[in-house]
Design a protein around this ligand. Structure first.
Ligand SMILES: [Zn+2]
Ligand SMILES: [Zn+2]
Length: 196
């Protein structure tokens, strides 16, 4: 069901805008994850079963999204901003989860494998195609409790923040006394913007 890795890499390159080590790592990470939860047709018959949690926003994340078909806009790609080259693949139907983490020493491996290639990016791209899955990734079976409200297609009432009046979806508000506050009004210290 899955297309060959060469085809996936071509598609990843087009979607991402360039070929890079992250595309190779991401495509392979996604294939390991899908195989681990036994999802064979993520873009077709299995598309409603899969959720992916990405723990980093780098090149590889685009490749993971492309291979799995999971996207932020579909609520099937969940971003956890933890700065780790890791992703968790969840089969909702079977209740299976697999977390895949790229080993910390993959760049060293690439250097040892191809000392003759001076360009680091080229060196990594080559090595990441040649190394085995178990040389590149650590995998762990995990259980992920995906709350009903986090699933794609959830219909939730829209609430207006009592303070700023902006609409809030998916229950992302806090009740403070009589008020329902959006998260930026409830926690101004965590808000990423300040008014000019
Ligand atoms: Zn890239
Ligand atoms: Zn507000």
């Amino acid at each position: 069901m899955m297309e060959p890795i060469e085809v996936l890499l071509q598609k990843a390159e087009i979607a991402h805008g360039h070929m890079c080590a992250g595309q190779i790592l991401g495509v392979r990470m996604a294939l390991v994850g899908l195989r681990g939860v036994r999802i064979e047709d993520p873009l077709g018959t299995d598309r409603k079963r899969l959720i992916v949690y990405a723990e980093i926003d780098r090149c590889a994340t685009d490749a993971i999204g492309m291979v799995t078909g999971c996207r932020l806009g579909k609520r099937t790609l969940k971003f956890r901003d933890w700065g780790k080259m890791a992703a968790t693949f969840v089969d909702l139907q079977a209740g299976r989860g697999l977390r895949v983490v790229a080993f910390e020493n993959s760049r060293d491996l690439a250097r040892h494998l191809h000392p003759e290639i001076e360009n680091k990016q080229q060196q990594q791209m080559r090595a990441y195609q040649e190394l085995g899955d178990d040389q590149l990734f650590r995998v762990q079976r995990v259980h992920v409790n995906v709350a009903a409200a986090e699933l794609p297609g959830t219909k939730a009432d829209r609430v207006l923040c009592s303070r700023c009046g902006e609409g809030i979806n998916f229950g992302r508000f806090e009740e403070v006394g009589e008020e329902r506050l959006c998260l930026s009004c409830a926690h101004p210290e965590l808000c990423y913007w300040t008014a000019e």
